[in-house]
Design a protein around this ligand. Structure first.
Ligand code: NAG
Ligand code: NAG
Length: 458
């Protein structure tokens, strides 16, 4: 990626500025040559140096110096202001991160090279592809009042919309009339979504068609499917169940997020071709930490001790991962003491990371792995910290660090084959435990994926 304009400016401007003050040799040389020339025209050296002084003290030069100084200071102030107030936003580049494809090569574009990897993939004997449970589909700030969004999740095409009351609804994307996609050109009217094709209006709460502008009577059976949704922790969730069961657990509200006690510090997003279970299985895979998760941007090498993973004693759909980091160096200077983190895997599709340390303060990360297609996950992490400028900045660095840790796993997840009978050694026993824990999220009709079958269905 080429450096940003502001980075270039911050490099070039100081060079100019410092150069002008120091009057580099080239400038002096030029003055001497000028002096030679004017001497032959019988002007004394005094006159020359007087001329040079005049240039240096000219209003143009002074203007330039002041301009450069002001530009630099402005740039620094803006950078600092952003670092301490602008939430983080990182989008992963799948080609680079999941396939190490850096650009065209071998007569192929980067996209074609990634396509080769995807076609050559062997999936193995996959578990069902959509687990039963709550799935995060949007961040709350992505759905404005009276706006709608197309959502592809668990193989379904849905439209999420926010009524004028502020409540969010999730309904099937297709109009019951002639099958137009409500999310493409539709509009929100009160608590209803209106089809762009003939203006049929569907109520968000139950999907019933309540108005057809041009028809005398609305048919009793005109209705589109609706889905259970909830909005918690500044996220909108959708309930998926292969047997059509009602939700039997709730998305736990994290204290301080919805009441605004904690501050929002940003998000990171990556999409990749992987199985939904691979990401949570990572939590129970203690041994991989030392291999994939080396030093990145934030601290030096962080190693962990006392890692434990256990199903929650009373809440069947929850598993708790606890890990203690060994002391490390922040930016090579500040010693970060031993810290204990807790990550709650809540249901199949999201986890809550909690840290509360004397140095970093309170940090909460919500890591959601949403299956958008059979072998396609969208991993979105949002972060919150206690209020304060410094917490904001450090929290942002920690959120970025968490993203870099995920980057370490992506190439593995995007290219692995699922081995049902994995060859586990004794130290891997938690992986087997996790796989048993996860079977509770599959049921008889959970969709299976057979890529070979699909390819002949054309
Ligand atoms: C140069 O100027 C000086 C004094 O101003 C004068 O005496 C001298 O003759 C001049 N030389 C030439 C070559 O014009
Ligand atoms: C991702 O990286 C590839 C390979 O370097 C590049 O061709 C592509 O433009 C990048 N995509 C984005 C969105 O930056």
């Amino acid at each position: 990626m080429p450096p940003s304009k502001s980075t270039l400016l911050s490099v070039i401007l100081p060079v100019f500025f410092a150069g002008m003050i120091a009057r580099p040799p080239a400038f002096d040389e030029y003055a001497l040559r000028l002096a030679d020339r004017v001497q032959s025209a019988n002007i004394t050296a005094e006159v020359v140096s007087e001329k040079v002084e005049q240039v240096v003290h000219s209003s143009g030069f002074r203007f330039f110096c002041v301009y450069a100084a002001v530009a630099m200071v402005t740039f620094l102030v803006v950078k600092l202001y952003k670092a301490f107030t602008e939430p983080l936003a990182i989008y992963c580049n799948e080609s680079k991160i999941a396939y190490f494809v850096d650009g065209p090569s071998d007569g192929k574009t980067a996209q074609e090279r990634v396509g080769d990897f995807k076609r050559a993939r062997r999936f193995g004997q996959l578990p069902p592809v959509y687990p039963n449970g709550w799935m995060s589909i949007l961040r709350s700030d992505e759905l404005k009042k009276a706006a709608h969004k197309f959502v592809h999740v668990a193989g379904k095409n849905l439209v999420a919309f926010r009524g004028e009351s502020g409540k969010a609804y999730i309904v099937d994307a297709y109009c019951a009339h002639l099958g137009a996609n409500l999310a493409v050109g539709g509009s929100v009217q009160g608590e209803c979504i209106e089809c762009p094709f003939h203006g049929w209006q569907y109520r968000g709460s139950d999907g019933k068609c309540v108005k057809i502008g041009y028809a005398e009577k609305v048919p009793e059976f005109a209705k589109i499917p609706t889905y259970h949704s909830c909005e918690v922790n500044q996220r909108i969730y959708f309930w998926h169940h292969a047997e059509g069961k009602e939700p039997d657990w709730e998305v736990p509200a994290i204290e301080g997020i919805d009441d605004g006690t904690l501050q929002y510090i940003g998000f990171t997003v990556c999409e990749l071709d992987s199985h939904n279970e691979d990401t949570p299985e990572n939590g129970a895979d203690v041994a991989h930490l030392d291999y994939l998760h080396g030093p990145r941007s934030f601290t030096g090498h962080v190693s962990f001790s006392d890692v434990s993973w256990e199903p929650h004693p009373t809440e069947k759909h929850v598993a708790v991962l606890r890990m203690t980091s060994n002391p490390s160096k922040l930016l090579g200077i500040i010693t970060v003491p031993r810290e204990t983190f807790q990550i709650d895997q809540v249901g199949p599709c999201f986890a809550h990371f909690n840290a509360n340390s004397p140095l970093l303060g309170k940090l909460v990360l919500i890591i959601a792995v949403t299956p958008v297609g059979p072998m396609r996950q969208r991993i979105v992490t949002t972060g919150f910290t206690q209020k304060g400028l410094l917490s904001f900045y450090i929290g942002k660095r920690a959120l970025a660090e968490q993203y870099y840790q995920i980057e370490g796993d992506l190439p593995v997840w995007a290219n692995k084959k699922y081995l049902r009978n994995a060859m586990l050694v004794k130290e891997d026993h938690l992986i087997a435990k996790h796989r048993r824990f996860f079977t509770q999220f599959y049921s008889e009709n959970s969709p299976k994926y057979d890529p070979y079958k699909e390819s002949t269905e054309w």
